[in-house]
Design a protein around this ligand. Structure first.
Ligand SMILES: Nc1ncnc2c1ncn2[C@@H]1O[C@H](COP(=O)(O)OP(=O)(O)O)[C@@H](O)[C@H]1O
Ligand SMILES: CC(=O)OP(=O)(O)O
Ligand SMILES: [Mg+2]
Length: 411
């Protein structure tokens, strides 16, 4: 790595999207956690559909956001389109200032507990985990292979969603099924969104003016995928996603918790095969299965118009959230804060209000005026009298990945 190479490109490849950021890590603020070192940010959406969309903002040049629509067939094409956008701003991947490329990798199993420089053996292991992260790991692998082809000389670093959760105690991670079968097939709770849970729990402690070791936090990461975690003194002690990102909360298109016997029933009685059940639970369930929409904005709009199906979907979503807040309060014993994050958690005030409503006896409440504030900054939404702080803490998986990547290549 050259002495002047201080930039990191971060790729967060989802099942049908790529979020990316180019950061300059020599900027002291980007090292400590603010947005100052961001040179370019963007998003490719609806990959593989008829009209994909690329939105690119070159912050370094002060240029306006550029949006292009047109077909982008796969993640390889998406990444090449991103590279072309960066090149157009003089921020191309050929820059000698680029120190590394950091990749979000969703499933790292038990092997990867920390950021890892990617080689063929690491890629093989990520590939081996495809069956337990079928929506995510294949996209991550394509992202890595394409980036390697564009810059074979650069270190590529994998930052795993599962890493933060590897501290869970055995009694939280192990399912109550036959031990030999579970161990033979590595069946256990792994948990996901760990980079976000780690970042948000740390930021929440900061908001309270305390060290992470001093606080117990329930983090509610509510995006299209959604998960809850119980973080005690900076360490994850339980989380709602399991072997795969299907378990736990009601999500945009995933069912979350369900009696596993439903799957036998669908096969024996409804005549579905494995793949059909998989698609049903991962892609046609959750909010979209309940009411036909997975975007919380649309669901709130329909509720305001008196739509009963949207109302019921919302109520089911909130009921599940409340159950996890209760469960993790008991797991933690003492809760200092509940932190809402990701697309829904950061933006949907009615979700926050409804999830906390009625929890006054548990020391939790939401102040309506504080909850209505829109901001990119971490903020409290509980009234001053509440024993438990309720907060909105915007996540920043890309910054966290950049910091971990840069630290590793400079170690
Ligand atoms: N202004 C908003 N109000 C309510 N919900 C929102 C708003 N903006 C985004 N969302 C929700 O956030 C979701 C996307 O969250 P995000 O964290 O970006 O998800 P992912 O990373 O899983 O793609 C959308 O599907 C939508 O439900
Ligand atoms: C693991 C997971 O569910 O990720 P996402 O929310 O990006 O789909
Ligand atoms: Mg996400």
């Amino acid at each position: 790595m050259s002495a002047t190479a201080t930039r990191v490109l971060v790729l967060n490849s989802g099942s049908s999207s790529v979020k990316y950021q180019l950061l300059d890590m020599s900027d002291t603020e980007s090292k400590s956690g603010s947005a100052a070192g961001r040179l370019a940010v963007g998003l490719v959406e609806r990959i593989g559909e008829e009209t994909s969309r690329l939105a690119h903002t070159p912050l370094a040049t002060g240029g306006a956001k550029r949006e292009t629509e047109g077909p982008i067939a796969d993640h390889e094409a998406a990444l090449k389109a991103v590279a072309a956008e960066l090149t157009a701003d003089g921020l191309g991947l050929d820059s000698p200032e680029l120190a590394a490329i950091g990749h979000r990798v969703v499933h790292g199993g038990l092997k990867f507990t920390a950021p890892t420089v990617i080689d063929e053996a690491v890629l093989e292991e990520i590939e081996r985990l495809v069956p337990v992260a079928p929506l995510h790991n294949p996209a991550n692998i394509t992202g890595i292979r394409t980036a390697q082809a564009l810059r074979p000389d650069l270190p590529q670093v994998a930052v795993f969603d599962t890493a933060f959760h590897t501290t869970m105690p055995e009694y939280a991670a192990r399912y109550a099924i036959d031990v030999e079968t579970a161990d033979a097939h590595r069946i256990r709770r792994y948990g996901f969104h760990g980079t976000s849970h780690a970042y948000v729990s740390r930021k929440t402690a900061e908001l309270l003016g305390k060290a992470p070791e001093e606080v117990n936090v329930i983090v509610l990461h509510l995006g299209n995928g959604a998960s809850a975690s119980a973080v005690a003194g900076g360490r994850c002690v339980d989380t709602s996603m399991g072997l795969t990102p299907l378990e736990g909360l009601v999500m945009g298109t995933r069912s979350g918790d369900i009696d596993p016997a439903v799957t036998f029933h669908l096969k024996r009685v409804a005549g579905m095969d494995e793949d059909e059940v998989d698609v049903l639970l991962n892609k046609k369930s959750g909010l979209i299965g309940l009411c036909g929409d997975n975007d919380m904005r649309e669901i709130r709009r329909r509720i305001d118009e008196g739509d009963e199906r949207a109302r019921l979907a919302f109520d089911i979503y909130i009921h599940r959230l409340k159950k996890y807040i209760g469960a993790y309060s008991a797991v933690l014993g003492k809760v200092d804060a509940v932190a809402f994050t990701a697309g829904v958690g950061e933006n949907a005030a009615p979700v926050r209000e409804a999830a906390i409503a009625g929890l006054e006896e548990m020391g939790m409440a939401v102040d309506a005026a504080r909850n209505a504030v829109r901001s990119d900054e971490p903020r409290l939404i509980s009234p001053d009298y509440a024993r438990v702080a309720v907060a909105v803490v915007p996540t920043d998986e890309e910054l966290e990945i950049a910091q971990q990547t840069y630290a590793l290549v400079n170690a």
